[in-house]
Design a protein. Sequence first.
Length: 247
Amino acid sequence: MAKEKILVIDDERAINKLVCSYLAKEQFIPLSAYNGEEALYLIEKENPDLIILDVMLPDTEGPALSLEIRKESNAPIIFLSCKTQEIDKIIALSAGGDDYMTKPFMPGELIARIKAHLRRQKSLVRNFSETQTGSVYEFEGLKIDFEAREIFVDGEEVNLTAKEFDIVKLLVENPRKVFPASQIFEAVWKTNCMENDSKTVMVYISTIRKKLERRPDSPGYIVSVRGVGYKFNHALSKNENDIPEDR
């Protein structure tokens, strides 16, 4: 059975090493980063299953780094912070965090939260897999295989993160329906949309367009409906039978 990789991002080396030692005792594979640059490198290289993120880092702030992480990874993020104000928690969670713990913390509680988030993540992946239809949709220059979770642009496979793929799936499977950013967030993240969560969706849409669109500044697949939200352009379908029924 594969051991889960846990990335600890904290510039306080004593805390970083302490957390890693507890993770190792629980049979996890601990990874250490002491700034945002190291963290993004390890995320790309190691693809950790969960991330522990300090709110304050020497080269960036935790919430800003979280938004960058969310472009590449769907791993649960647990924030660690000395800040106890509610607004600090709201900002961290709105930036893509899944949990928030204040320092000093009990190592046992941190381990318990890690295990809970990993169980939840595995359950979400399993449930999502069980609901796949196996449908393949083809549009002009674009092919999407939902069962294999693969997307091809002009015959070349494009790598999307789990959240990016789920956003595309939501839009494709609901033709002619316009989704506000808040509704996309609640459908894909499976939680209530808070004040800044819509901005997270906007970042994801922008990243998806850069990966899929020939001209991201003039998107043809995922189009914006001014003042409302986003929808997928099913007019580009190569086969009318590929268009699912309205839901």
